[in-house]
Design a protein around this ligand. Structure first.
Ligand code: FAD
Ligand code: SF4
Length: 327
């Protein structure tokens, strides 16, 4: 691990100006950054500690929606009564992420910016070929061990899966990322790899995440997050789905629906085709099954990850039917 200098920021302004310096990284909960520094993927010259900054950890919920400070801890947001009542998919996604110890340390801002779990990316000594870590060096995963890699959004430059759970729920619920005064819809915040897989999000140099906001809506209030993984706890998603649904008074007609999936794409993946196919329709198992197949439109597998093409629509279908049954 490379030596770095450590600065404990005393204000948001100081953190922003320090973050603009070259080779500088912010430290929030540290549960991702320190792992990446230890394995040689992150090599900051300066680390700016923002973990204690006042005013960035507030959770505020009112009739318009929720605003969650970037430094709010995962566990606090997950157990917040107003978040549970008005944005259940957010609480459920957080509860199913990582472990209790990590959730107690990790922050919302750091969670959004976690990096892929691609084993080639995390082992620079053994695997030099990784376009995300070392642009132009190639992608070891395309022809390598890729069981956990994406089937949507990738290309020959990079097929790494975005691993987080929270961002999937936030994508379904049209959240907005606050970068100080600039606000970016979450679907635009995460970038496709294209020819620059090292560039993962829309932040500009020197910007920091200050908060996320989620608009209140009937779909947000009646939402859920379903995660399927190799083991029931402490594991990243093989496939996940966040669904918000507003049913008409008859309890059957889908007035509005939002769906996003995780674990199968290079970024949190909004499923507008599935939404369009279900809006205005009756909540019937066959209709939901047909619509859920649209989840993997355009999917490309790389052999070992073929199962995700089968799994993703089933997870979407199950999440929608589970939510419908709970109405
Ligand atoms: P840090 O490590 O402090 O920071 C992460 C990155 O974000 C760094 O680059 C840092 O510079 C940057 N950063 C932090 N805050 C800001 C900010 N406000 N503005 C700009 N940049 C910022 N996650 C899941 O979703 N699901 C899982 O199942 C899951 N399982 C896990 C299992 C293990 C064993 C581990 C180690 C992690 C797991 N995680 C999982 C990831 C975990 O949720 C993240 O490590 C955590 O949320 C990161 O938050 P942090 O505050 O510790 O970030
Ligand atoms: Fe690197 Fe992406 Fe290829 Fe993994 S999938 S080796 S992160 S370029």
């Amino acid at each position: 691990m490379r030596d770095f200098s450590y600065l404990r920021a005393t204000s948001v302004e100081e953190a922003i100006s320090a973050a603009a310096m070259p080779a500088t990284m912010l430290l929030a909960g540290g549960t991702t950054l320190l792992d990446l520094a230890k394995c040689g993927v992150a090599e900051p010259e300066r680390v700016v500690d923002i973990s204690h900054l006042e005013g960035l950890d507030a959770i505020h919920v009112d009739a318009k929606g929720a605003t969650i400070g970037a430094l709010a801890r995962m566990s606090r947001v997950a157990s917040d009564e107003a978040i549970k009542a008005h944005f259940p998919a957010v609480s459920e996604a957080l509860w199913q992420a990582a472990s209790a110890q990590i959730r107690n340390m990790a922050t919302i801002g750091g969670n959004l910016l976690q990096r892929t779990r691609c084993a080639y990316f995390r082992d620079p000594v053994t695997f030099p070929n990784c376009n995300k870590r070392n642009p132009g060096s190639g992608c070891a995963a395309v022809t390598g061990v890729n069981r956990n890699h994406s089937v949507l959004g990738g290309n020959s430059a990079c097929i790494a899966t975005y691993p987080g759970d929270l961002a999937v729920a936030l994508t379904a619920l049209d959240a907005v990322v606050h970068l100080g005064d600039r606000q970016v819809p979450i679907d635009d915040f995460f970038l496709l790899p294209g020819s620059t897989p090292d560039k993962e999000h829309a932040m500009r140099p020197g910007e920091i995440i200050t908060a996320i906001s989620i608009p209140a809506s009937p779909v947000a209030r009646h939402s859920t997050f379903l995660k399927v993984r190799d083991r029931q706890s402490y594991e990243f998603a093989a496939a996940s789905a966040a669904v918000g649904m507003d049913l008409a008074a008859d309890g059957r007609t889908i007035r509005d629906i939002r769906v996003a999936i995780g674990g199968v794409a290079t970024k949190p993946w909004r499923l507008r085709a599935v939404e369009d196919a279900l809006r205005g329709k009756a909540l019937e198992p066959d209709t939901v099954k047909q619509a859920s197949r649209l989840a993997i439109e355009g999917a490309v597998d790389h052999g070992a990850n073929h199962y995700k093409i089968e799994l993703a629509p089933r997870v979407v279908e199950r999440a929608i039917l589970k939510l419908g049954a709970a109405a």
